[in-house]
Write a protein that binds this ligand. Structure first.
Ligand code: ATP
Ligand code: MG
Ligand code: FE
Length: 354
């Protein structure tokens, strides 16, 4: 089948067309992403109302561009998938309504996709990973370690008890007066810095449970920054590098334990696989730390290209594709949900916001 996917849960307006090829692999026919960074930059973060308006203005054109890039008309599309949660309600409503209207007008099935499922399945989209695998989801709103056992079958092994890792990058950037969004800007500054100059904590390191905590790291960074004020460019670069190294080592420590637990659970799997998803997954230092960890554990790291780590429509179309193939489409009155944990066992309620 050929699926049109729509993503509007945060500050990217995105649409894509993904198809299952005859050889069984998924093919990304198009993947169009319009970032709203410029609209939000002056506010140092995403403003929900501005985001929703921008989605309204952009979405029709983005969908048309996705179909044009794929060289397809709507007649060649078999189902419409749109993110219905979690995320900012205004944006979710725009994407869900648009998807539902196209589905209704064309008589096509509709799939309301969990944004986090899109992230979780993206290593299958990029590399055709088989279930089960371990997933590190590190994005603007989430930091989780998940066991992905099948479509809709997710076990959360750990999550952040305070800030998400992307959020910690964004707050670090703000503190150091770097532009929003923080991740890429912190990474660029870190490349010019000395990661050993400032001693920052590795929160939760050595603890048995698989949770994350990043607010202590952020606070430690703030105290060091204040102690060295006024900061010159080299200080900022060194702070970014030290922060990024602390983040990478913290994540690697959690993953070491998660891989050990995966081995206990699946002794028959000779080479466990760790998939990475979410915008922070694009960070080269973090990828390198994960790669080293996987190598020493005899595991394989699958980190999709940066464009598939960050928010995009292809991951939503792909989640829709797997759901269509499993016969799990949704009624047109399926509701958007601002909160929607991936490991929730019950199916989403129909017709109610919850
Ligand atoms: P969620 O998926 O949890 O709802 P989101 O969709 O906003 O949140 P993503 O778009 O997946 O999150 O990721 C955005 C986050 O990734 C931002 O916090 C951004 O700073 C961070 N990020 C992007 N690129 C990098 C990078 N190179 N290094 C570190 N962080 C990065
Ligand atoms: Mg985003
Ligand atoms: Fe996301």
């Amino acid at each position: 089948p050929t699926i049109l996917g729509i993503e509007t849960s945060c500050d990217e307006t995105a649409a894509a067309v993904v198809r299952r090829g005859v050889d069984g692999r998924a093919i990304i026919l198009s993947n169009v992403v319009l970032s709203q960074i410029a609209e939000h930059q002056a506010f140092g973060g995403v403003v929900p109302e501005i985001a929703a308006r921008a989605h309204v203005e952009a979405l029709d054109g983005i969908i048309r561009a996705a179909l044009d890039d794929a060289d397809l008309g709507l007649g060649a599309v078999d189902a419409i998938a749109a993110t219905i949660g979690p995320g900012l309600v205004g944006g979710l409503l725009v994407g869900a309504m648009t998807g539902k209207v196209i589905a209704a007008a064309r008589g096509l099935p509709f799939i309301g996709v969990n944004h986090l499922e899109g992230h979780a399945l993206s290593p299958r989209l990029s590399d055709g990973l088989a279930y089960p695998y371990l997933l590190l989801l590190v994005s603007g709103g989430h930091s989780q370690i998940l066991l992905v056992s099948g479509l809709g079958d997710y076990e959360r092994w750990g999550s952040t008890i305070d800030d998400a890792l992307g959020e910690a990058f964004d707050k670090t950037a703000k503190l150091l007066s770097l532009p929003h969004p923080g991740g890429p800007n912190v990474e660029a500054m870190a490349a010019k810095g000395d990661a050993t100059r400032f001693a920052l904590p590795r929160p939760m390191k050595g603890e048995a449970r698989l949770d994350f905590s990043f607010s202590g790291l952020k606070t430690a960074l703030r105290l060091v920054a204040e102690a060295h004020a006024p900061l010159v460019d080299q200080d900022v670069a060194d702070l970014c590098a030290s922060f990024q190294r602390a983040a990478a080592e913290t994540v690697a420590d959690r993953i070491r334990r998660a891989l050990a637990r995966f081995r206990e659970r699946f002794p028959e799997i000779a080479q466990p696989v760790l998939g990475v998803a979410g915008g922070v997954g694009a960070n080269a230092d973090i990828r390198a730390a994960l790669k080293a960890e996987c190598e020493s554990a005899g595991a394989r790291l699958v980190a999709p290209p940066a464009a598939l780590c960050a928010d995009n429509g292809a991951m939503i179309a792909y989640a829709g594709l797997e759901r269509v193939e499993a016969g799990r489409t949704d009624p047109l009155d399926v509701a958007v949900r601002s909160r929607w944990p991936l490991d929730e066992k019950s199916a989403p309620l129909v017709g109610h916001g919850r």
